[in-house]
Design a protein around this ligand. Structure first.
Ligand SMILES: [Fe+2]
Ligand SMILES: [Fe+2]
Length: 133
């Protein structure tokens, strides 16, 4: 899970390297859940969730700047998709993570996996094609 595949590539080095970093954060969360032990992982989970929140804002800004500077017509709808991701992560951070560590982490893992499928593989790849054309 969360291993880089060539099909994820947008053929834009900056975007690809940032997506790899995003997968890295997804892997960290997955590895915590996969342990399936009885230890408390609250600190690691919280740290990874904050990293996810910060990194996605940084990454979305990079993508959006590239869209603006290349006059990409789908800028606004793409930006709305990004906002949905930011809202979801903020929602998760507002919950009582300590009480429901495994469930919340699993939820966000599924959300990231879905994001790869439905955002990166579709909208980001589409933007990459535009940028390369
Ligand atoms: Fe992206
Ligand atoms: Fe995007």
């Amino acid at each position: 899970m969360f291993l880089w595949k060539d099909e994820f590539s947008c053929n834009v080095d900056l975007i690809d390297s940032q997506h790899k970093q995003l997968l890295e954060i997804g892997s960290k969360l997955y590895n915590i859940v996969r342990l399936g032990d009885k230890y408390d992982h609250y600190d690691e989970i919280l740290e990874s969730l904050h990293e996810l929140a910060d990194y996605t804002i940084y990454h979305f800004n990079s993508e959006e700047e590239l869209m603006l500077s290349s006059n990409y017509l789908r800028y606004f709808s793409h930006k709305q998709e990004h906002q949905k991701f930011i809202d979801k992560v903020n929602d998760v951070l507002r919950q009582d993570i300590d009480e429901k560590q495994k469930k919340i982490t699993m939820d966000i893992i599924i959300f990231i996996a879905d994001w790869i499928e439905n955002h990166i593989l579709k909208h980001d790849v589409e933007f990459g094609k535009f940028l390369n054309s």
